[in-house]
Design a protein around this ligand. Structure first.
Ligand code: BGC
Length: 415
């Protein structure tokens, strides 16, 4: 550690990655070949609205990069869309790979490290028709795609994230009492009909225990493939790590969630260069699910406990359970009140600094998100962005929290 002689505070590591994060399907728009596009347009659907044009980042990525640079950051986490890169099984698109290569070059030119996620929830439709994340051949399919991306992007990438939150599905499945969502059978039937296929499997569907095991295999094969194609680039997976506490009578649920939806992932991540940590909320287990949000705590737009110490708790747990370096690949708050976002950041980051002071290796912090974007099933009403986006002309407008994040990062870097 390196205490600042003037203030006595702990300086952030010089190579710390300060960033913002996005994901392809949430910002690019018109991701026609993906399973989610299909799901968004089905009847029945569980999406409140379709993703449509999103933030039009497919075309406007140079504008997005300029915003990241303007924030004074040195890292940008974004994802490569598998459905675009491999639109039919085994048929890789040189043009699509080139699109992402140009994005990496664009970031490098601005002195920003590209942090690339290879799978952020969405998969190609053809994969879904093969059974998706329940199919035994999916790990090798995923590794083949990762290898192609790594060969195309080469040394431009600073960090690879393989799978985003592969523990999130099982978490929800366990909370439903080891069951799929009630409407899932109807959605799968409609998707099979639309695709003319006998099977349909998506990342958040099916038997989540099986999906977990397939994801863990896929991650392992992907790390090997990436290591062979781009040996100098560290890779790891990112996990949904809400602060989990055991409330009164909640011991059995707590143990089940921890043993099934955390421990196997921690054991796998222990072998990786880092673990990606993504905390947003705190949940307390009770006898029949999570306990209601206590009164008096900071809440997000969904009414969940979004206390700022959630970040520190998650980082400490991940470090303790894996022994590997921690990278906060996402953290933020869903709020219409931008002053709350700012406060949340200002109170959360000192917790991360305390982790570093205690000797935990933290590689970086990536705020979710650069832009207000397509928040999956709950659509565009949810607001995580430092910038708002006009839904008609896609104009990005800085919220006050953007300048404040810039200033916060500047002052923390200065020590
Ligand atoms: C996901 C993001 C999502 C964010 C906010 C994370 O679980 O990786 O895609 O937008 O949480 O809900």
């Amino acid at each position: 550690m390196n205490p600042n002689p003037a203030t006595g505070s702990i300086a952030w590591p010089a190579d710390f990655l300060w960033g913002v994060a996005t994901a392809a399907h949430q910002i690019e728009g018109n991701n026609l070949g993906s399973d989610y596009w299909l799901l968004e347009h089905l009847a029945p659907t569980s999406f409140v609205e379709p993703s449509g044009d999103c933030c039009d980042s497919w075309q406007r990525w140079p504008e997005d990069h300029a915003l990241v640079a303007g924030l004074g950051l040195n890292a940008y986490r974004f994802s490569v869309e598998w459905a675009r890169v491999e639109p039919a099984e085994g048929a890789f698109s040189p043009a699509m790979l080139d699109h992402y290569r140009r994005q990496c070059d664009g970031l490098r030119e601005r002195g920003i490290a590209p942090v690339v996620t290879l799978h952020h929830f969405t998969s190609p439709r053809w994969l879904a028709a093969c059974g998706g994340w329940e199919d035994a051949a999916t790990p090798s399919r995923f590794a083949r795609y990762c290898e192609q991306v790594a060969r195309a992007l080469g040394n431009r990438v600073a960090v690879y994230c393989t799978l985003n939150e592969p523990n999130a599905q099982l978490n929800s499945y366990i909370l439903r009492g080891d069951r799929c969502a009630d409407n899932e059978a109807g959605i799968v039937a409609a998707a099979c009909k639309a695709l003319g296929s006998a099977r349909f499997g998506s990342y958040f569907m099916g038997d989540s225990y099986r999906v977990r095991d397939i994801c863990l295999q896929a991650h392992q094969l992907a790390v090997q493939a990436l290591g062979a194609a781009a040996p100098q680039v560290p890779s790891g997976m990112t996990l949904a790590l809400q602060a989990l506490e055991c409330g009164e009578g909640g011991e059995a649920l707590y143990d089940k969630l921890f043993e099934q939806a955390r421990r196997p992932f921690y054991e796998a991540a222990a072998r990786d260069a880092f673990i990606g940590v993504q905390p947003y909320m705190r949940f307390r287990t009770g006898p029949a699910g999570f306990l209601p949000t206590p009164t008096g705590v900071e809440i997000d737009r969904w009414g969940h406990d979004a206390s700022p110490d959630v970040l520190e708790a998650a980082v400490r747990e991940a470090a303790r359970c894996t022994g590997t370096a921690v990278y906060v690949t996402e953290h933020g708050i869903n709020t219409d009140d931008d002053a709350q976002r700012l406060r949340h950041l200002q109170v959360s980051l000192p917790g991360l600094q305390r982790c570093i002071a205690d000797g935990i290796r933290v590689l970086g912090y990536t705020h979710w998100s650069l832009l207000d974007n397509f928040e999956w099933r709950s659509g565009y009403a949810q607001k995580f962005g430092l910038y708002s986006v006009d839904r008609q002309n896609f104009e990005r407008r800085a919220k006050p929290s953007a300048a404040a994040y810039r200033e916060l990062v500047r002052s923390l870097r200065a020590g």
